[in-house]
Design a protein around this ligand. Structure first.
Ligand code: IMP
Ligand code: MG
Length: 176
C-alpha cells in the first residue's frame, strides 16, 4: 500500500492556535500553580510547545503512558497504564494534555484514574477533537485546538505505526 499525505493543519496554524490556547489557560489559572500531564507519546509535541508559552515558575510537568488494544487506526477501549505519574496530584490543579480525542474511551478511563487521586481540579486540553467518532458522550474537552472531521490524521506527535510523529503539521493519509 502506498500513502500520500495531505496537509490538514499547517505548522503556522498550529503555532498560532497555541498562542490563543496559552492565553486562555493563563487567564483561567491566574495566580494558581498548574500541573500539565502529558499523555505519551502523541501529546509530547503539543505539551512542549504549550508549556513554553506558560509562566515557568507556576507550571509542573508529569507524564503518563497508556495503551489501548486495537489496530493501528482505532482504540478498542481496553486501556492499560504503561507508565503512571511520578508525583502525587492530590490537591493540585491538573490539566491533561492529549493529542486527540476520538472515541473518548482513553480520556474516560484517565478521568476516573486521576479523579480517584483527588486533584483540586481536573481539566482536559486536546490539540484535536473528532466529535463525530465519540462513543463516550459525556467526554467534553475544556480546551480544544482544532475540531476535525472523521479522518485518520498524523504528525505533530500523532503516529501511523509509530512513524510520522516529527512532522510539524497535521497530515491526512490517503490510502490508494
Ligand atoms: P480514543 O480513546 O478513541 O479517544 O483514542 C485516543 C487515542 O487514539 C489517541 O490518543 C491516539 O493515540 C489514537 N488516535 C485516534 N485517532 C487517531 C488518528 O487520527 N491518528 C492517530 N492516532 C489516533
Ligand atoms: Mg494517544
Amino acid at each position: 500500500m502506498s500513502h500520500k499525505l495531505d496537509v490538514l493543519i499547517s505548522a503556522e496554524e498550529i503555532q498560532q492556535r497555541l498562542d490563543e490556547l496559552a492565553e486562555e489557560i493563563k487567564k483561567d489559572y491566574e495566580g494558581k500553580e498548574l500541573t500539565l500531564i502529558c499523555i505519551l507519546k502523541g501529546g509530547v509535541m503539543f505539551l512542549v510547545d504549550l508549556a513554553r508559552r506558560l509562566p515557568p515558575d507556576s507550571i509542573e510537568l508529569d507524564f503518563m503512558d497508556v495503551s489501548s488494544y486495537g489496530d493501528e487506526f482505532k482504540s478498542s477501549g481496553v486501556i492499560k497504564v504503561d507508565k503512571d505519574l511520578k508525583n502525587p496530584i492530590t490537591n493540585k490543579h491538573v490539566l491533561l494534555v492529549e493529542d486527540i480525542i476520538d472515541t473518548g474511551r482513553t480520556l474516560s478511563y484517565l478521568q476516573k484514574h486521576l479523579i480517584s487521586q483527588k486533584p483540586a481540579s481536573l481539566k482536559f486540553c486536546t490539540l484535536l477533537d473528532k466529535p463525530e467518532r465519540r462513543v463516550v458522550k459525556d467526554i467534553i474537552p475544556d480546551y480544544i485546538g482544532f475540531t476535525i472531521p472523521d479522518k485518520f490524521v498524523l504528525g505533530y506527535g500523532l503516529d501511523y505505526l509509530q512513524k510520522y510523529r516529527g512532522l510539524p503539521y497535521i497530515g491526512v493519509m490517503m490510502q490508494e
